[in-house]
Design a protein around this ligand. Structure first.
Ligand code: MTE
Length: 329
């Protein structure tokens, strides 16, 4: 049975059911009741409007060697909205939490472990990873599974450029990614809401696709902490939860890796997570999305139709030829 989202509720109030259940159990354990839950939802909705005007740009600007608009010239999301309406559960489950609680996070120095089925593996500093790598600016439409979307100018480089340097073996069929786990700097880790650390994965051909980016910046600046500093994945034809933030490990593996949201609720969050208006989420439709862009944060307006593969079908549909995308959602 599908339970549809009541239309009078803002999308920002949709909390994934397993998270909602666990949060309720936790609050009960802590002796907090329904009021705390309602406050969580309310602050999600209210925060971006309050926070938006004073979005501070990170100090460091990035030199980009090229610029590609892969969003058809669509209006970009304001920097304030892109940095104050976030999902980064390590800092809390409300959209305003990542901006509010990530100031203490230390993104430099940073290193990434490259492991698994490749000729070369080991631990590499961020400087090693970026050495000799030209940064591109790519403007992408980004579609969250919660049915809102943004248009964001990322600064990064194709993940393929990095992966090829380690010479993956023929047996490497998938790539698994892990986020850093630092309880002292990430207050959300105190709550067993997700199975930490946050993990994601791609099939190797998806990882090697030229649209798949490792991003180190946005809007011409370094990534702010709430958006996944210093290094995150960006896969524009998939729901946003595939875009794992603050990556510390990349592993070449033979079997499909276990991923955080799929572990949490396999019937709601598939491994592929390709944007698909024909496959509803069990609790809401995926046919349309609320575009947060152009005029700034607009809770009720800017509703547009969702496109297969988020509008990138021409570039990526062939990767899934012959697959039943209702089963492999
Ligand atoms: N990565 C980590 N480590 N933790 C998270 O909670 N949330 C995901 C993804 N990456 C998440 C994460 C989800 S659900 C989305 S929609 C995007 O990050 C949001 O990215 P943004 O806040 O930069 O828009």
């Amino acid at each position: 049975m599908r339970r549809d989202q009541p239309t009078h509720l803002p999308q920002s109030c949709i909390t994934p059911e397993p998270v909602y259940r666990r949060r309720r159990e936790l609050l009960q354990l802590l002796g907090l009741g329904a009021a705390a839950l309602a406050a969580g939802c309310g602050s999600e909705a209210a925060a971006p409007q309050a926070a938006a005007p004073e979005a501070k740009l990170p100090d460091k600007s990035l030199a980009v060697a090229s610029h590609v608009d892969d969003a058809n010239g669509e209006a970009q999301t304001t920097y304030a909205d892109a940095t104050h309406y976030n999902n980064f559960y390590e800092f809390g489950t409300n959209k305003s939490d990542p901006a509010a609680h990530s100031a203490r996070f230390v993104a430099h120095p940073w290193s990434v472990e490259i492991a698994g089925l490749a000729e070369k593996t080991g631990r590499f500093t961020l400087e090693d990873i970026l050495k000799g790598q030209a940064l591109e600016e790519r403007v992408y439409r980004m579609r969250c599974v919660e049915a809102w979307s943004m248009v964001i100018p990322w600064a990064g480089f194709p993940l393929a450029d990095l992966l090829k340097r380690f010479k993956p073996l023929a047996s490497a069929k998938y790539v698994a990614f892990t986020t850093v786990e630092r309880p002292a700097q990430m207050p959300g880790l105190a709550y067993p809401i997700l199975d930490w650390p946050y993990r994601e994965g791609l099939r190797i051909d998806e990882a090697m696709h030229s649209l798949t980016l490792l991003a180190v910046g946005m809007y011409g600046r370094e990534l702010p902490n709430q958006n996944g500093a210093p290094l995150r994945l960006v896969v524009p034809w998939k729901y946003g939860f595939k875009g794992i933030k603050s990556i510390v490990k990349i592993e070449f593996v033979e079997r499909q890796p276990r991923t955080t949201w799929n572990l949490m609720a396999a019937d709601e969050y598939g491994f592929y997570a390709n944007v698909n208006p024909a496959v509803d989420h069990p609790r809401w439709s995926q046919k349309t999305e609320r575009r947060i862009a152009g005029t700034g944060f607009n809770l009720f307006g800017n509703r547009i139709e969702t496109l297969p593969f988020n509008g990138y079908a021409e570039q990526v549909a062939h990767l899934y030829a012959g697959m039943d995308l209702r089963k492999n959602f």
